[in-house]
Design a protein around this ligand. Structure first.
Ligand SMILES: CC(C)(COP(=O)(O)OP(=O)(O)OC[C@H]1O[C@@H](n2cnc3c(N)ncnc32)[C@H](O)[C@@H]1OP(=O)(O)O)[C@@H](O)C(=O)NCCC(=O)NCCS
Length: 185
């Protein structure tokens, strides 16, 4: 069964193409976007390597990782990316980044909610989780808006760009997702 592209109200979540390089690199060099990420700001070579890695994943017959371009349909413009990686035992984790010119317009939540729907309703997952820096209000704002719960905070559990990071863990279970969605119509 083909699951992609995914169409939401305003977005198209689709596979990456070779001509996406410029749009990806534009946000991958932005200090504000990469502030909490373990990558970036990217050199052109690093962006190309990421794109090549995503092409290789896209070509796999069984995709254990889904990494999709986020395109604003009305503008036909790539504004970011979103991924969901299968972690075994019917669980997956979620991650996303958007061009800073498109923040605070609900695009992150719209794309992330579509990934939860994909994970629970198409892939039959049991639990989807995500982590972020405790200072990344945009990231956990998205998680809370789409119904994920904060399960805990880990102190200095990982190093990002040479500094120990405190991390929030968020998750949502299939039954919580279903309850939030209401009965099928
Ligand atoms: C995280 C990110 C994808 C959020 O995308 P977005 O489209 O701006 O998010 P939304 O507009 O859906 O915001 C959802 C909620 O998060 C909160 N939020 C979003 N950005 C925020 C900010 N800068 N400061 C405080 N709260 C914020 C708000 O509660 C918001 O809801 P509201 O606008 O109705 O009040 C975006 O900020 C980003 O790309 N950041 C850089 C990359 C990154 O850090 N990724 C996550 C790594 S874990």
């Amino acid at each position: 069964m083909t699951h992609f592209p995914i169409r939401t109200k305003r977005l198209l979540l689709r596979d990456f193409r070779a001509d996406d390089f410029d749009a990806i690199h534009e946000y991958a060099v932005d200090e504000a976007v990469v502030r909490f990420m373990d990558w970036g700001p990217n050199t052109p070579q690093q962006t190309q390597e990421a794109l090549d890695r995503w092409f290789a994943e896209q070509a796999q017959v069984v995709r254990l990782g889904v990494n999709l371009a986020i395109e604003v349909v009305a503008e036909r413009r790539l504004i970011g990316s979103i991924r969901m990686d299968y972690q075994g035992k019917e669980t997956a984790d979620l991650g996303y980044s958007l061009h800073s010119g498109y923040w605070r317009q609900g695009y992150g939540s719209e794309a992330a909610a579509a990934m939860l729907e994909l994970g629970f309703e198409r892939f039959g997952l049991h639990r989807i989780w995500a982590t972020c820096d405790v200072g990344n209000a945009g990231s956990y704002g998205v998680m809370e808006k789409i119904g994920m719960r904060r399960e805990g905070t880990f102190l200095q559990d990982t190093q990002v760009k040479g500094r120990w990071r405190d991390t929030h863990l968020y998750a949502v279970l299939a039954q919580e997702w279903a309850a939030r969605r209401g009965p099928p119509v």
